[in-house]
Design a protein around this ligand. Sequence first.
Ligand SMILES: Cc1ncc(COP(=O)(O)O)c(C=O)c1O
Length: 390
Amino acid sequence: MWRWFSISFEYREVVDEVLRMVWPRSMKLFTAGPVACFPEVLEAMKIQMFSHRSREYRELHRDTVKRLSEFLEARKGTVMLFPSSGTGIMEASIRNCITPGGKVLVTIIGAFGKRYREVVEWNGRKAVVLEKPPGEPVLPEELDEALKRNPDVEAVTITYNETSTGVLNPLRELAKVAKEHDKLVFVDAVSAMGAADIKFDEWNLDIVFASSQKAFGLPPGLAMGAFSERVFEIAKKIPNRGWYFDLILYREYQEREWSTPSTPPIPQIIGLNVILRIIERMGGKYSWLKMYQDRAEMVRKGVREIGLELFAKPGYYSPTITVVKSPPGIKGIEVYEAMRKRGFEIAKGYGPVKEYTFRIGHMGYIPKEYIEELLRNLREVIAELKSKTK
Ligand SMILES: Cc1ncc(COP(=O)(O)O)c(C=O)c1O
């Protein structure tokens, strides 16, 4: 393997102390994010740092943006990288594109739609809400109705994959309706990008964003987004866009020097580049997405065979996270704790459905055998917990 420096550790024990603190024992991760990273990613991220104004960084940035643009089918749009988590771009969408005091139609199908609403309101804009009960998606005809009732909204926000309920919204159809009403379309794809298809140009999206610690299987700290030309045209006219997330400034830096205005998380960008190359080696975007579909189906089938019920409405199941109803008399947290004792870190229920659900994330580095082991253990845990309720 190519080595760029000779390794000598003077304080090896310090590394061990910290690692023992965060990884006291080996666990298999089925989390909602951060998720387990691909070993190739972790290996490449160990590299010594270099300047984000160097020639080498520019090449890394240019190549990563090019690969991600292809993955998102965003050849007309501009793909950019941000030193934040995905919520940073959520905030940027509002500050850069919505007139101060202007209205946004926020669609809510769970906890992260609610966060978009807060971001709209805390930034001095007005949220008009279309909310569905947990477990359900937004349907195109419902969006159409809401837009007919509220023709003065400037944009529509859509959570592509609601991580709290395990529901995948019909994004392509919803975006089509929003465009028939000539609205900007902002998509929170934090737990979807990399696992659910996104055709940025064809679906006419304006902003779609995600975080590194989800379906690409990278550590947290990097956000990535694609932006339509219309976004930049509108942003030019919006006052007080702030500095840190000024999209115009971001694009200027990228066009001028293939870099970012402030310091980017270089290791995560290296990791993203590695993953995008792995995707290519695996046969390209659609083979990779199929891997995600297969995993999700395997988990759902296994869960049903144990006799458990899924939370999401049939037909709208998430490719990245399966939300499961815990059986009567058993709390979601009890299943979580019992699985943890057996070396499996699943995800606790989240938001309003926290009490009576638990979640199985299937993002990042998860070999097939891990899923088989998880399901075997889950069957035993449910049987044990049930026997205690009798
Ligand atoms: C759908 C969705 N939106 C937004 C977020 C927030 O992302 P971040 O914490 O990376 O900003 C999450 C995190 O789990 C999410 O799942």
